[in-house]
Design a protein around this ligand. Structure first.
Ligand code: SF4
Ligand code: FE
Length: 482
């Protein structure tokens, strides 16, 4: 593993000269930009062994390709134990960062492509699987961060990719030769795009025969010619530029999205993992989505652990910890959080071997997991706001706590229990503000809703996967109906 600690990771990103825009300006160095740095810090934790006793076993795996020790984020799952350890790893990192650490999309995308390329080669004599394995070996040895770019901008939602008035609304092949392909389009909502060395592109939906140009999967370095990143905004993001960690709420960690534009980008043939094969897009999308829907049963649970800790802490600081309805609400938060975790673990435990030697999660349970995640973090956040009180959104700024004219008033009038310094109460309330209405909510709430697919996508999969006739037969048998 060439990049084997956070410092080397930061250095590797500094050297990657990418075309990035942020707040209307070119941003040559994203690593040291105050708005983006917390997001890079979160990814850097995936390179940090840390001090949790279980971290080493969770963060690393043995490559089935080289036999070497590798980051689990670059691993192809070999058994159900790997699938469960993935969830445990994501919970651990959610607990450390209280945000999205962005590296799971690449892991999930490579695992989905692993079985699909094997099936494609088996059916039609292509050599995508071998190319993919070479690429995975490279990613494992260098220990790179791979952003899996799936979501196209989609234009008019009532129209298919091939029917859009502007064909670039879905990323597609515009030219090809024996050397490679040229692609054009854009991928939206790319959390982690600015923290990644590589961009792995996969289709956003199943394609039809007439849409073969849209049936494309490939990987390119993030600094490839023709790629432009435009960073997204989040509520309260520029607080990170004010040099006031108190107001940032989670001053160390965050997550950053970007729109990635591919303006006639050349992809060499050895980096193309699927092209002009519409019939493989549906299964690729379903498998990638299932892997990532399982992931949410780990990462958001880890963040939930911090939310529950914040609920207990703020009640201790405000003198409400023994009130029965507060205790009930914290128990409810724990119940919701552990329910998501049960789903994440369960779809790993019921995983199965795939062609090519990988392992796949239980798809029905993965969709059930993610459907819960579209709701429970919102309820956890609601309960946390309920417990914390209205001060969450009425607190003065760090500068007011530092101004000698106002500081004594704030120290006196914003005090909670006597034994706790006022500033500690404010620190945890600022964290709660960040996580429920500030930029932390982008990762904890909006991402829970739409990341890995919006709730309706999971409902469609659940209804497609369940055999309702079989359940009807069960009911008739029990009720003695012929
Ligand atoms: Fe990983 Fe969770 Fe972020 Fe997805 S939302 S990239 S699973 S931390
Ligand atoms: Fe996500």
């Amino acid at each position: 593993m060439k990049i084997n600690d956070p410092e080397r990771y930061f250095e590797s990103l500094r050297k990657l000269e990418r075309n990035v825009y942020m707040l209307g300006e070119m941003c040559a160095n994203t690593v040291d930009h105050p708005v983006i740095r917390p997001s890079t810090n979160a990814v850097a934790e995936t390179y940090n062994v840390g001090d949790e006793p279980e971290a080493e076993e969770l963060l690393f795996a043995k490559s089935h390709l080289s036999g070497n020790k590798i980051s689990r984020f670059t691993h192809i799952h070999q058994n159900t134990d790997d699938l469960i350890k993935k969830v445990l790893m994501l919970r651990l990192l959610g607990r450390r960062t209280a945000t999205c650490f962005q590296r799971c999309g690449g892991m999930d995308g490579l695992n989905a492509l692993y079985s699909v390329t094997c099936e494609c080669d088996h059916d039609g004599g292509s050599s995508y699987h071998k190319r993919l394995k070479d690429y995975i070996s490279y990613v494992q040895e260098e220990n790179l961060v791979v952003d899996a770019a799936m979501t196209d901008v989609k234009g008019d939602r009532s129209l298919r990719p091939g029917d859009q008035s502007d064909p670039d609304m879905f990323l597609h092949i515009v030219d090809r030769s024996s050397e490679g392909i040229v692609v054009r389009g854009a991928k939206a909502h790319q959390t982690g795009a600015l923290s990644s060395h590589e961009i792995l592109v996969v289709p956003t939906t199943a394609m039809r025969e007439s849409e073969d140009d849209y049936a494309v999967a490939f990987a390119v370095p993030a600094n490839t010619d023709g790629i432009t990143f435009i960073a997204g905004r989040q509520p309260s993001d520029t607080r990170k530029m004010e040099n006031s960690p108190l107001d940032a709420g989670n001053p160390m960690y965050g997550s950053q999205e970007a729109l990635i534009i591919f303006d006639d980008v050349f992809v060499p043939a050895e980096r193309v993992f699927l092209a002009l094969k519409h019939e493989y897009c549906g299964r690729l999308v379903d498998r990638f989505a299932a892997f990532h829907r399982q992931s949410y049963g780990g990462c958001k649970v880890g963040v939930g652990d911090v939310m529950i800790g914040a609920a207990q802490l703020v009640s201790n600081y405000q003198g409400t910890a023994k009130v029965s309805h507060v205790r009930d609400k914290i128990t409810e938060m724990i119940h919701l959080n552990e329910t998501m975790f049960c789903c994440g673990v369960a779809c790993g435990a019921r995983g199965e071997a795939t062609s090519g030697g990988g392992y796949m999660v239980d798809v029905l349970l993965a969709n059930t997991c993610k459907l819960n995640v579209t709701r429970f973090p919102f309820e956890i956040a609601r309960l946390l706001q309920d417990i914390a009180g209205g001060l969450v959104v009425t607190m003065p700024s760090q500068k007011d706590f530092e101004n000698p004219e106002t500081a004594p008033y704030l120290e006196k009038y914003l005090k909670g229990t006597n034994s706790v310094p006022t500033i500690d109460r404010i620190k945890i309330l600022k964290f709660i503000e960040n996580m429920t209405v500030g930029c932390g909510a982008a990762a904890y709430l909006t991402e829970s809703m739409h990341g890995a697919g919006s709730p309706q996508a999971q409902r469609i999969m659940i209804s497609r996967l369940v055999d309702l006739d079989e359940k009807v037969k069960l009911a008739k048998r029990i009720a003695l109906i012929d």
